[in-house]
Design a binder for this molecule. Structure first.
Ligand code: PEP
Ligand code: MN
Length: 259
């Protein structure tokens, strides 16, 4: 049985519902988030993603707006009731970010940052634990145990692709981890086709495959102007493309009799 992770009074990850979490790679401005917020509200999206602290490979790249970014996310929560998923990089920021974040994201690069895992393990909010880009299933499970041993069992696993010899896609999306992690753990598993493929035109087929293989949801990068995005624009859907994805996923959900 998959553990149901409570996100809101009537919203759980790990139940019968296939949850779509979406938003930009990074929070860039109030205007950007306002456009997304208005549209997502209309579309019925309930959990918004947005990075305020960005773990960039190159230190010269945009590092995120930090707490200013979290404040923008909080204003969307206040206006529309969205739940906020955002990544934390530094154990020292965990408590300070508590009031802004509803689900703490631990990114791929930090899956084995044990100080950070222990710190979020002390919080009473859900944790989305991304798979390390080089992590085996057992290493991923061990990482989850660093969180749960501190008392927090509200863990959502997120497959985001691993490094392989294949260079066509940014990562190789290992969808088999979905059933494997469901056999081996009690946690829900969601799939991130954006980082998993790194290519805008592969996100829909990857999301459909995630639904078919039994994932509890998907995490998708969306930007009002992907070509101008400060990070990950090439793998971000425009709002139009995102709407189309929702239509296709909804059609598939009806065919599969999934909520
Ligand atoms: C992200 O979600 O924007 C991100 C940095 O993802 P990952 O940790 O999977 O690379
Ligand atoms: Mn990203």
């Amino acid at each position: 049985m998959t553990r149901q992770i409570k996100i809101d009074e009537d919203l759980y990850i790990g139940g019968n519902e296939f949850i779509i979490i979406a938003g930009p790679c990074a929070v860039e401005s109030e205007k950007q988030m306002d456009i997304i917020g208005r549209e997502f509200y209309r579309l019925g999206i309930r959990i918004i993603r947005g990075g305020a602290f960005k773990p960039r490979t190159n230190p010269a790249s945009f590092q995120g707006l930090g707490f200013e970014g979290l404040k923008i996310l909080k204003s969307l929560r206040d206006s529309y009731g969205f739940k906020i998923l955002s990544e934390i990089l530094d154990p020292r920021d965990v408590e300070r970010a508590y009031e802004y974040i509803d689900i703490y994201q631990i990114g791929s690069r930090n899956m084995q940052n044990y100080a950070l895992l222990k710190e979020v393990g002390k919080q009473d909010k859900p944790i989305l634990l991304k798979r390390g880009m080089n992590a085996t299933y057992d290493e991923w499970i061990n990482a989850s145990e660093y969180i749960s041993q501190e008392g927090n069992h509200n863990i959502i696993l997120c497959e985001r692709g691993i490094r392989t010899f294949n260079s066509y896609t940014r990562n190789t999306l290992d969808l088999m981890s979905v059933p494997v992690m469901k056999y081996k753990t009690e946690y829900p598993v969601i799939v991130d086709p954006s980082h998993g493929t790194g290519r805008r035109n592969l996100i829909l087929p990857a999301a459909k495959a995630a639904l078919a293989i039994g994932a509890n949801g998907v995490l998708i990068e969306v930007h009002p102007e992907p070509e101008k995005a400060l990070s990950d624009g090439y793998q971000s859907l425009s709002l139009e493309e995102f709407k189309k994805l929702l239509e296709e996923i909804n059609a598939m959900k009806s065919a599969l009799k999934i909520n």
